[in-house]
Design a protein. Structure first.
Length: 257
């Protein structure tokens, strides 16, 4: 069941003053754009306080993610690495999860930007928390610039290419909507991470989330940070799956000088 208190909290945080500068708006958009050529270091905490079909289950995930732009000749790339650590699972365990990386080649256009590349899954996780499979697949995304912010779509596909033959293959496609609506004074609002995931192995949706996130840009020590609070509900209720999750993110942005 959707937690109305969490939605009310996020909606309340959206009330803010107008008057953002163009530079601040550009930075706020880039912070929510996986194709943007900006170095970032992100620290996230996901707390799932409600699971489908298990009212007593809770889970907590810490995650570090870094995005680093670089060039090869005339091509501009975005390299991103995501390192998860599960502090609490449904079964009471904890440990490292599998690392994912991607390399996206981006192309700027008058209307925005698009990118194509590859994503990889590395079986680096702790025992019981790793898929124990190597995965590889295509990634693509586009972002359209608007006077009010940005919108777009990002897609990743991971297909098993090796690993433990006794473990099930990882064959998934992930769609992520991109939306950032500027509210002024460093505030913006958009969807939660909302990783809509289709599992080709099982022929079913693994995740059907819907959520909202509120962002605030804050200068700290001469560097811009973006802080995000979000709430997400997963409508895929087949089996013991996350139902309601809240997230807090702190992201350090390092723009080109």
């Amino acid at each position: 069941m959707i937690n109305t208190k969490a939605i009310t909290l996020c909606a309340t945080l959206c009330i803010c003053a107008a008057g953002t500068t163009h530079a601040e708006q550009s930075l706020g958009n880039a912070a929510n754009d996986p194709t943007a050529a900006i170095t970032s270091y992100m620290f996230q905490n996901y707390y799932t306080y409600n699971f489908h079909n298990d009212s007593d289950a809770t889970a907590n995930l810490l995650q570090f993610r870094s995005a680093i732009p670089f060039s090869t000749g005339d091509l501009n790339h975005i390299f991103r690495i995501t390192i998860p650590y599960q502090t609490e699972t449904v079964n009471g365990g904890s440990g490292w999860g599998d690392i994912t990386i991607f390399d996206l080649v981006t192309f700027d256009r008058e209307w925005g930007r698009f990118g194509v590349g590859a994503v990889a899954l590395l079986p680096t996780g702790s025992s019981g928390l790793s898929a124990e499979k190597w995965g590889l697949g295509p990634a693509a995304g586009l972002v359209v610039n608007k006077s009010w912010g940005i919108w777009g779509l990002f897609n990743q596909n991971i297909f098993s290419v090796g690993g433990d033959n006794a473990r099930p293959d990882v064959n998934i496609s992930i769609l992520q909507p991109i939306l950032n609506y500027q509210l002024g004074d460093g505030w913006s609002v958009g969807p939660s991470e909302m990783l809509v995931t289709y599992d080709w192995e099982n022929g079913d949706w693994a995740s059907l989330p819907l959520g909202i996130g509120v962002n605030k840009l804050v200068p700290i020590g001469g560097n811009p940070w973006q802080f995000t609070v979000s709430y997400e509900h997963n409508f895929q209720d087949d089996g013991v799956r996350p139902a309601d999750t809240v997230n807090f993110t702190a992201k350090l942005l390092v723009a080109k000088r």
